[in-house]
Ligand binder design. Structure first.
Ligand code: NIG
Ligand code: ZN
Length: 403
């Protein structure tokens, strides 16, 4: 079955060659994009959707979420709005509730959060463990995550659970817990921060997870200056996330990690993506991550929701894009790019061979996965021009109409 979407007012492909097209059309065949070009030249297809001049973008690629959790942290949020500062300690509240929840409830709630994200234009989702924090519950979180999300990250190193010695727990993460989650996860992450894991413990986690064949990510420089970025670059992590407190050295380390990358062709030696999390920055009242400075330095950028019960209880990537434009001084094109192509780059999924069964996501080009986000608006600019307005009109995920 093929489907043609025609009469697209603005098609922001985020593909280097195709750029942004007016009066455009796309054709999908099954889960694959089969044709992209001017509407006037579009081939026939089995079904036709008339976009009536609306804008179409790649679906959002949300490369940083924590969707497998139970419990409520409204009280912590209220306290923060009354002036208390965020500390990682609230994670323990979610751990207790998550351990107490049934498999059925955890799965149902995580699926509900994915559905909420898809209804707002997200078509590819990473999610993390990290509210289990013992071998049994981390395994369970990873298993459930693998049934609801496209990519799974092991975040056993999220917080040292109460009553455990930090080194003893780190050793557990690096051995038995890692073995338990390994069948379900593609990635490993560590929260390298005062109050979470020290640089030495983080190094131990990254080394063990790399040896186990997992790709690496780091939560770094969120609550203050620290070693997270330097460690991420040293270990060749695919992404370092948060990056609120960066020294000049951190920025140049990240920029240098991309010196072998051809940004025009999207090829070469990849560096470490800086993933900024605007909704989290607002909810924790942290200084906004310096996205403009990072882009200007030549760092590849991703924007993600960081949907989680503590610091960012939203799955709205559109909200993050709006904030990135209005508050972080990105152009609409840069912000949309960071939330589509950038998210794909942060998951190593920005390119893919037509024949390998794993299609590229995050940009619109022939052979890529047919993930489209049609707006109730004639251009992507409306995402920032009309903040807070739900602008999702239709969503196709791997060629299937979801909204
Ligand atoms: N920084 C660490 N982890 C989460 C927050 C976890 C929580 O407070 O529940 C984050 O990405 O912000
Ligand atoms: Zn996070």
């Amino acid at each position: 079955m093929s489907e043609l979407i025609t009469n697209i007012g603005e098609l922001m492909t985020q593909d280097q060659d195709l750029g942004t097209l007016r009066d455009a059309a796309v054709v999908m065949e099954g889960e694959r994009i089969a044709w992209v070009g001017p509407a006037a030249n579009a081939p026939a297809a089995d079904t036709v959707t008339d976009a009536q001049g609306r804008a179409v973008l790649p679906g959002w690629v949300d490369s940083h979420t924590h969707l497998v959790f139970a419990g409520d942290r409204t009280a912590e949020f209220e306290a923060r709005m009354a002036g208390e500062s965020y500390s990682a300690g609230g994670i323990a509240v979610s751990v207790n509730a998550t351990r107490a929840a049934s498999d059925y409830d955890l799965t149902r709630m995580a699926l509900g959060r994915v559905a909420e994200a898809v209804s707002q234009g997200t078509t590819y989702v990473e999610t993390k463990t990290g509210y289990g924090l013992d071998v049994e519950h981390e395994r369970r979180s990873a298993r459930i995550a693998s049934t609801v999300a496209d990519e799974v990250t092991f975040l056993g190193a999220h917080l040292v659970p109460a009553g455990m010695d930090a080194q003893e727990y780190t050793d557990l993460v690096c051995a038995e817990m890692l073995d338990a989650v390994r069948p379900y996860a593609q990635w490993a992450d560590v929260f390298c921060e005062t109050g979470a894991f020290t640089p030495e413990q983080s190094r131990q986690v990254l080394a063990a997870c790399r040896a186990a064949g997992l790709g690496l990510r780091v939560h770094g420089n969120q609550l203050g200056p620290g070693a997270g970025v330097a460690l991420a670059v040293e270990f060749g992590a695919t992404s370092v996330d948060h990056v609120n407190f960066l020294s000049d050295d951190d920025v140049s380390l990240l920029a240098r990690s991309w010196s072998g990358w051809d940004a025009v062709n999207g090829s070469g030696v990849r560096g470490t993506v800086a993933t900024v999390l605007p909704a989290c920055d607002l909810s924790t009242r942290q200084p906004l991550a310096p996205a403009r400075r990072l882009l200007d330095a030549g760092v590849q950028l991703a924007i993600a929701s960081n949907c989680n019960p503590g610091t960012s209880y939203t799955s709205s990537v559109a909200f993050c894009v709006t904030t990135a434009v209005l508050q972080m001084h990105l152009s609409v094109h840069e912000a949309v790019r960071a939330a589509t192509y950038g998210g794909a780059l942060a998951l190593g999924r920005e390119s893919g061979l037509d024949q390998d069964g794993k299609r590229a996501v995050g940009s619109i080009a022939v052979g890529h996965r047919a993930d489209f986000h049609m707006l109730k608006a004639p251009s992507a600019t409306h995402l920032a021009y009309r903040p807070g307005i739900p602008l999702t009109h239709a969503v196709w995920r791997a060629g299937a109409r979801e909204v």
